[in-house]
Design a protein around this ligand. Sequence first.
Ligand SMILES: [Zn+2]
Ligand SMILES: [Zn+2]
Length: 315
Amino acid sequence: MNAYSEDLQKIESSLDSLKGKEYISEPTVDFFRNITKAQYEIKSQLCKEEIPFLLTDDEIKGKMQNGIPMITWDKLPLNESYLQELFQEICKIMKNYEENESGNIQRLIDAEKSGDIKLNNLVEKLFQHDSSYFKTLSEDLKVSEDILIFVSLNLAKPFFETAAEKIKDKIADKVVMDTIWLKNCCPVCGSSAQLAKLEKEAGKKILYCSLCGTEWRFMRIKCPFCCNEEQKSMKFLEQEKSPYRIDVCEQCKRYIKTLDERKGGDEKRAFIPSVEDLATMYLDIVAEKEGYERSWFFPPSVDELKAGGESKTLH
Ligand SMILES: [Zn+2]
Ligand SMILES: [Zn+2]
């Protein structure tokens, strides 16, 4: 058994522990399980291949010190036939799960077949955080933006996770990592956070990358999306008896779910950020009801922030 099948087993048993919970349906858990399995199939093939990672230890340190994420597009171990295989599989799983969306998904499949979209373009634009590309593509193809981003993100994940695992071994200097980076984007791929955790011991805040899974340290009172540091416009919504809270920012109106380890966790479940995100879907509903938006992969743009500021002065 290789490391990848062990990781997959951990995720699967974590998912098993969600069975029967009233706040998450079984088809949703199965949907997530199937997507994860398809990604691990690609990861287990990728790990058999020699991926040359061309960064030296000094280059890594230099990038960290200059605030530049490690992965550059030309160094990503992207493979066209794996992309194809995963795309077909993701679309099939989505069609089975979301019958209402089958038109959207079929249009996406057709666009790929006819050459109107290229899979590596989807991954590249996602990596470059080019949200306007997805907006325009959504209008051109008549495929909802949510679906385009979901497919692109899940298509990209195994490649970025594999690259991040290679780099992780090289970032041996945790001190550098903890004191120099402290940015609102991932040190490995430059993406924004999916989830946060406050560590048990010193209450250190850790963010988890939504694309490559890397974790990094961040300031406790600072918005991980717009970098607002004004204490009075940052608050958290606590949930009774839950170790989770929702950290919200009044400046950009985004939120992030945060596990406060000092309040415990689900003892039966290992902490796997993607599974935790799924297990706490009820908190997304709470946050949205309160008027906060999730930062679905793309942090708020400068224009959005300006618009937010203007509307504040009108009130
Ligand atoms: Zn990352
Ligand atoms: Zn913010």
